[in-house]
Ligand binder design. Structure first.
Ligand SMILES: CCCCCCCCCCCCCCCCCC(=O)SCCNC(=O)CCNC(=O)[C@H](O)C(C)(C)COP(=O)(O)OP(=O)(O)OC[C@H]1O[C@@H](n2cnc3c(N)ncnc32)[C@H](O)[C@@H]1OP(=O)(O)O
Ligand SMILES: NC(=O)C1=CN([C@@H]2O[C@H](COP(=O)(O)OP(=O)(O)OC[C@H]3O[C@@H](n4cnc5c(N)ncnc54)[C@H](OP(=O)(O)O)[C@@H]3O)[C@@H](O)[C@H]2O)C=CC1
Length: 587
């Protein structure tokens, strides 16, 4: 019934205990004897127990392949060999990294079916072709120039009934898929509730229905977010009761006019900051409801950032989350933002999330936990780094490796004080924008800076909730899983964030935004530095002119200012005469 023997269980427990005590040492925390250690140890024992009369939390589900005896011994790459994998959201940031890693580190994988929709005038095929040309796939291309053979796009629009998958494709998928990775979602913070509900909840429900019809399905992995329950300070690896029964909400929103939904949205989302976190929480509940019928794993990454190591450091392709903030700061546009210097910046590199996701796919299929296991994929509890430190390293990187055509010299500061932030917005954002727009107008161009600042303020306003406070996530399952991997798999699918060197990571992240988001050439850095020097000279000139102007105004209006001015000038004059006299004497 169970793949593990007592011996293996003991070995795994020892391995885990050794890892955990090492973790305790490295993070400076004493964890031995804590409740969490006991809980994990118990769980490891359960995994290894062979007593069939006991409820071990692992199940055999009818109608699914039962090859656990062999898979239990297999490495992650061996497990994926010959498998057919379905991925939603493969054209997105994380989906692309997932596809790349599967192709590179699991070369035996049979076929990756990816659900894609036509978009922005491009057909599904054109989009997939473009995606495969991306630099991200360079290493895969080197290993296997024909890697695209393994990718089969399936036309699908997740907002449509039945996910708009053709009956032939449904038949094909239900007959062959072994593992599903559900990454697709709307991650916009300002998404109207109906839209977010449709994509994040209803589409998930529909995908689960499709998964239930898959004859060979071994695991269904759902990507959620660590912030799904951000209304709590401490977040365990459990699915919390949903804020509302999803079915009731779906039924009631169905007949409501968009404007009514917009009006009641704040009341509905309650103490969550946006419709994104709210609908992701509902989606988790929907997924959990199916956990008696499917082998389910739920990954909850925190703020996903550029890659740490794979396929190369610093890969990032979007403005989401901190990336847009870093770029705006590097361009000298963003000078102030509300954030807590001492709050933990729970960034997690995208390759870590994907390595964990693949390991969870393996573990869920091989060990078949009875209920859905949740994996909080975070760094704060293990290797914390703070927003203040991030600010320092971002600024230092962009001063050494400037972005092209910066608006001003990079010099952003974060503050948790609302009034100070408002002051700097006025002085460092709005005032320069006004002057620049005036200059554009005078030179016959269209003013644009104020518009850019308004968008920036909207974006950072939506992010401030996450940068002004911190959360505590329990990541026992992530640690437990690490203990289950062979030493080889731990290297190939590394998600041990204790080894993460933050200053180096942030530097690569910033350079990644320059190279891969803005497509700037590193060889143009000398010109960018020259541009910064020019901006510095403009600033010095501007400040001097401003000072002289203010002083002149003062002198014209105040006798006292005039007296001070004459006093300073006569002092300078006396000093000069003394200096000249003494130099004539020595000559
Ligand atoms: C040195 C300082 C150190 C600072 C430290 C502090 C840093 C704090 C960072 C905190 C991050 C916290 C994130 C929390 C994440 C939760 C994790 C998740 O689960 S989920 C993951 C997290 N989810 C998210 O992060 C989603 C957040 N984003 C949104 O909700 C929306 O994009 C929006 C409402 C911000 C703007 O809507 P809208 O006005 O309709 O604009 P569109 O969307 O249509 O984009 C138009 C164009 O602008 C571009 N662009 C976009 N953003 C930025 C930016 N920040 N900037 C610049 N540009 C940006 C965009 O690429 C596009 O370009 P193009 O294609 O036209 O060329
Ligand atoms: N990025 C982050 O910081 C974090 C992300 N997550 C979670 O990770 C997952 C992936 O996020 P990420 O890769 O960053 O997001 P992206 O926005 O980069 O990708 C979203 C994907 O979903 C697809 N999608 C969206 N709408 C539809 C639709 N109507 N029909 C078909 N496909 C659609 C997109 O396809 P298309 O290209 O056609 O638009 C895209 O492939 C999400 O579930 C998110 O909640 C969790 C924590 C943090």
């Amino acid at each position: 019934m169970f793949a593990f023997t007592h011996k293996q269980a003991d070995a795994s427990l020892c391995r885990y205990a050794a890892r955990f005590s090492a973790f305790g040492r490295s993070s400076g925390k004493t964890l031995a004897g804590s409740d969490s250690v006991r809980r994990i140890a118990l769980r490891s024992v359960c995994i290894g127990s062979q007593d069939p009369t006991h409820d071990h939390g692992f199940s055999e589900r009818p109608g699914r392949q039962s090859d656990r005896q062999t898979d239990g011994m297999a490495s992650i790459a061996d497990f994926y060999a010959g498998k057919n994998v379905l991925i939603t959201g493969a054209t997105g940031f994380m989906g692309k990294v997932l596809v790349e890693k599967l192709l590179r580190s699991c070369p035996g994988v049979n076929t990756l079916y990816i659900l894609v929709r036509p978009k922005a005038g491009q057909s599904m095929q054109e989009r997939v072709k473009d995606m495969m040309k991306c630099k991200l796939f360079d290493r895969v291309r080197e290993d296997d120039p024909d890697f695209h053979r393994k990718i089969v796009p399936i036309s699908s629009e997740l907002m449509q009934p039945g996910l708009a998958i053709s009956p032939e494709d449904v038949e094909r998928l239900t007959a062959c898929i072994n593992v599903v990775f559900h990454c697709a979602a709307t991650i916009r913070f300002d998404e109207p509730l109906k839209h977010a509900l449709q994509l994040n909840v209803i589409a998930t429900q529909q995908l689960l229905s499709l998964a239930q019809r898959m004859e060979k399905l071994e695991a269904f992995i759902h990507v959620s977010t660590a912030y799904a329950n951000c209304n709590r300070r401490h977040i365990d690896e459990v699915i919390y009761p949903p804020p509302v029964e999803p079915k009731k909400l779906i039924d009631s929103l169905e007949w409501m006019d968009d404007s009514i939904v917009r009006d009641i949205t704040p009341r509905l989302i309650g103490d969550r900051p946006n419709t994104y976190t709210y609908t992701k929480a509902l989606a988790e509940f929907v997924v959990q409801q199916e956990s008696s019928k499917l082998n389910i794993g739920i990954i909850r990454p925190s703020i996903v950032g550029a890659s740490w190591q794979e396929p190369f450091p610093g890969w990032i392709d979007n403005f989401n989350g901190p990336s847009g903030v870093f770029i705006a700061a590097g361009k000298g546009i963003l000078r102030t933002m509300r954030a807590n210097n001492d709050a933990v910046a729970d960034l997690i590199p995208v390759d870590v999330v994907i390595n964990l996701t693949l390991a969870v796919g393996w573990y869920t299929a091989v060990h078949r936990p009875k209920s859905a296991l949740v994996y909080n994929c975070t760094t704060g509890g293990i290797n914390p780094f703070h927003w203040g430190e991030i600010e320092h390293h971002v600024m230092s990187t962009f001063k050494r490796n400037p972005l092209e055509q910066a608006f001003r010299r990079p010099n952003a500061n974060i503050t948790s004080n609302y009034l100070i932030n408002q002051y700097w917005i006025l002085v460092s954002h709005k005032f320069p924008a006004l002057i620049y727009d005036l200059f554009l107008r005078l030179s016959g161009q269209k003013p644009q800076m104020m518009r850019i600042f308004n968008r920036l303020h909207k974006a950072i306003g939506l992010l401030e909730y996450f940068s002004s406070q911190d959360w505590e996530w329990n990541s026992e399952n992530m640690n437990m899983l690490m203990g289950q991997l062979s030493p080889e798999d731990r290297k190939t699918f590394n998600f041990d964030v204790r080894q993460l060197n933050w200053p180096e990571y942030i530097e690569n992240y910033c350079i990644g935004t320059k190279k891969y988001v803005l497509n700037e050439d590193m060889s143009d850095i000398p010109a960018a530095r020259q541009h910064l020097k020019k901006l510095r000279n403009i600033r010095y000139t501007f400040n001097t002119v401003l000072l002289v102007f203010i002083w002149r105004v003062f002198i014209a209006r105040s006798q006292m200012a005039r007296n001070i001015w004459y006093f300073v000038v006569s002092l300078c004059f006396k000093f000069l005469s003394y200096f000249r006299a003494s130099s004539t004497l020595t000559a």
